[in-house]
Every structure is written in structure tokens, then in C-alpha cells.
Design a protein around this ligand. Structure first.
Ligand code: FES
Length: 155
């Protein structure tokens, strides 16, 4: 079942993309609506509370551009030398002011980007060469909740 939200593309059922799943490439889905749209990925990043007493945190989805701002590599492809070559390289990194960033690392030369915002954290991508970020929304369609991603980048 689909619905139309102007400026957004319906991507995937929330329950089909679970916490802990690696980021996915949503370029083909977005291109069905706009063949010229920026290639992009979708990540789910909330963590469930450990004590079981608290309600689980709400789903949080993030979408950023797929093409590295250094030399254009696909940030979603693991390094050929990486043990899990088909999975993206994702980890947490401590940044300025003790901020912990969820990081995706480009497999080609190691540039690092904040997975939630696309902000460039480490080169060789030059300072300020951030990945485009796309707004996400969760909307109910029929009986199910779906993730929608904006066609245009966040300004
Ligand atoms: S292409 Fe991504 S770090 Fe060089």
C-alpha cells in the first residue's frame, strides 16, 4: 500500500528495517519518483533501553547522500580488505566536547561522516565537504508505519 506525501518518497515499512540492521541503499526506490535525485542511504539508529522497564525508544531514521565528497566512492560498500566486505563500515567515534558520533567510513580512503547528519568528521574529504542530508518522516499507511524520505536535501 502506498500514499502520496508531496516532496517525499515512501521507502520501507518501519518493521521491515530493525534496530541493528546495517544502513541500506534506497537510491533505486527514490529514482522511481525522480530519476535525477541524489543517490542516498537510509539508516536506523535508535537503541532500545537495556532495563526492559522503559518503553523502547521511538524509531529514528536518517538519510544521507551515498557518494563520498572526496572522490565519489559509494560509502555503503565495505572495503575489499574488510572482513564483511558487503556491509558498510559503521561505528561510534568520540568527537569534540565528548560528543559521540555514529560514523560511516568511506571504504576508499577512510573519510568519516556523521551518519545522522552527513557532517564530515575526518578527511581526506576536505573540511566542510559534508554529505547531503534528507529529512525522514514516519507515517501510517493502512495498518502499517512507513518511512518516508524527502526528495530534496535539507538546506
Ligand atoms: S572517496 Fe571517500 S575517502 Fe576518498
Amino acid at each position: 500500500m502506498t500514499t502520496n506525501i508531496p516532496g517525499f518518497v515512501q521507502i520501507i515499512k518501519v518493521n521491515d528495517f530493525l534496530p541493528g540492521d546495517p544502513p541500506i541503499d534506497i537510491t533505486d526506490i527514490v529514482h522511481r519518483t525522480d530519476s535525477g535525485a541524489t543517490p542516498r542511504i537510509l539508516a536506523r539508529l535508535e537503541t532500545d533501553k537495556p532495563d526492559g522497564e522503559q518503553p523502547p525508544s521511538p524509531p529514528k531514521f536518517f538519510s544521507i547522500a551515498r557518494r563520498c565528497t572526496h572522490a565519489g566512492c559509494n560509502i555503503l560498500k565495505g572495503s575489499p580488505n574488510w572482513a564483511t566486505a558487503d556491509r558498510p563500515i559503521v561505528f561510534s567515534m568520540l568527537g569534540e566536547g565528548a560528543t559521540v558520533y555514529p560514523v560511516i567510513q568511506c571504504p576508499c580512503h577512510g573519510s568519516r561522516f556523521d551518519l545522522t547528519t552527513g557532517k564530515r568528521l575526518l578527511g581526506p574529504a576536505p573540511p566542510g565537504a559534508n554529505l547531503a542530508q534528507f529529512e525522514t518522516r514516519i507515517e501510517t499507511v493502512g495498518e502499517d508505519a512507513y518511512v518516508f524520505v524527502a526528495l530534496a536535501a535539507t538546506a
